[in-house]
Design a protein around this ligand. Structure first.
Ligand SMILES: *[C@@H]1O[C@H](CO)[C@@H](O)[C@H](O)[C@H]1NC(C)=O
Ligand SMILES: *[C@@H]1O[C@H](CO)[C@@H](O)[C@H](O)[C@H]1NC(C)=O
Ligand SMILES: *[C@@H]1O[C@H](CO)[C@@H](O)[C@H](O)[C@H]1NC(C)=O
Ligand SMILES: *[C@@H]1O[C@H](CO)[C@@H](O)[C@H](O)[C@H]1NC(C)=O
Ligand SMILES: *[C@@H]1O[C@H](CO)[C@@H](O)[C@H](O)[C@H]1NC(C)=O
Ligand SMILES: *[C@@H]1O[C@H](CO)[C@@H](O)[C@H](O)[C@H]1NC(C)=O
Length: 313
């Protein structure tokens, strides 16, 4: 009896070791979806985007599909940019079908980092379609796993939303800027963003936890961008390394305007000073913040331990 339960325990341990996550050396291709936080051409950080660093750190090939301005679906939160569901996924599936992309499922990992535009100005925060809520948008995000799984994908990293209220655009202590130069109550925006990012992330976590056991052979990691960015904000000296005083509340490219204003008054930091900042502008993480994201994503897809990633399957 004792022996049997010992044996059973060791079988369970073996399963949890080899069953969860990807193996070291397994992944050779990184396919990225999302918005300007992940776009490698129109980069949010006005420098090198995190996928380029991550692919370099982990020695994998990069296949980038994320596009600046994107939302999960333009059926839900419309913006005139290439959305995940009506543009990025279709392009990926087309390239896969016509043979220009050849990605062995076992050797390929897929990432999604989205939500900044879906929750933000001109969408959920300021109201767009009254029939659409955070519930629909988060269901759309999680559906990305299901749709790619059905097309053969097996390995996923789902990057949740950062605490957007820490960006200058959504901070209580904000100023009119290139993203929003109309009247607003910055305190209320900050409160709503705090609520939406936290509850949106909880919704996607619960939905992914329910989905994971229904997808045989899939490996899904939940990457906690929210906690990582909160930690960078709280402990900048652990992450930022530029030559200016460390700065998590401003940006190296601060452009101030007035309500209804059309001209921007910019204060720009240069060179190695930029690595002291958490933000590249009023909405986007800096290149140094992105290097940290890249380092942790690289660890995850290499089958190593990242403090910010949890394998759900
Ligand atoms: C968006 O709407 C179009 C037209 O109704 C539909 O074909 C498409 O499947 C919808 N996309 C999503 C993600 O629901
Ligand atoms: C495959 O589709 C993509 C996207 O439409 C296109 O750019 C590419 O040229 C196509 N390749 C082939 C071999 O047809
Ligand atoms: C802004 O919103 C906060 C929180 O709801 C409220 O306490 C404050 O009075 C509002 N400020 C203005 C100027 O309306
Ligand atoms: C900060 O650290 C990164 C590695 O995370 C390095 O690539 C970068 O050059 C460093 N920046 C400075 C200003 O030393
Ligand atoms: C942070 O940067 C902003 C510019 O965006 C500047 O106004 C502010 O004084 C800086 N804060 C610190 C603590 O250096
Ligand atoms: C950064 O470079 C720009 C363009 O050369 C210059 O206008 C600006 O004053 C520089 N910023 C600092 C803080 O020196």
């Amino acid at each position: 009896m004792v022996l049997a339960s010992l044996l059973y325990a060791s079988v369970l341990t073996a399963c949890s070791v080899y069953g969860a996550g990807v193996r070291p050396g397994q992944i050779k291709h990184l396919v990225t979806f999302g918005d300007s936080y992940t776009d490698v051409v129109l980069t949010g950080d006005a420098a090198t985007a995190w996928p380029v660093y991550a692919a370099g750190y982990a020695h994998v090939a990069l296949h980038p599909f994320a596009r600046a301005g994107a939302t999960c679906s333009n059926n839900l939160t419309f913006r005139p940019f290439p959305p995940l569901f009506e543009s990025q996924i279709p392009l990926y599936l087309t390239e896969k079908a016509n043979g220009s992309l050849r990605l062995p499922p076992d050797e390929t990992i897929y990432t999604l980092w989205i939500g900044t535009n879906d929750l933000g100005v001109s969408t959920l925060l300021t109201g767009s379609d009254p029939g659409v809520s955070l519930v629909d948008v988060t269901e759309c995000m999680v559906n990305w796993v299901k749709v790619l799984y059905e097309s053969g994908a097996r390995n996923f990293i789902f990057q949740n939303m950062i605490p957007l209220e820490l960006t200058i655009l959504y901070a209580a202590d904000s100023y009119p800027n290139k993203y929003w130069a109309f009247e607003r109550n910055t305190t209320e925006w900050s409160i709503i963003m705090t609520e939406m990012t936290r509850s949106g992330n909880k919704l996607t976590q619960l939905m992914l936890q329910a989905l994971a056991p229904t997808l045989p052979g899939a490996h899904i990691a939940l990457f906690d961008s929210h906690s990582l960015f909160q930690d960078m904000f709280d402990h900048p000296a652990l992450y930022l390394n530029g030559t200016a005083p460390l700065n998590v509340t401003g940006t190296w490219n601060a452009c101030v305007t007035t309500i209804g204003g059309t001209t921007l008054d910019c204060t720009v930091a240069n060179g190695t000073d930029r690595d002291s900042f958490l933000w590249a502008d009023e909405l986007h993480p800096s290149e140094q913040a992105d290097r940290i994201v890249a380092r942790e994503i690289a660890l995850t897809l290499e089958g190593k331990h990242s403090r910010w990633a949890t394998w759900l399957s």
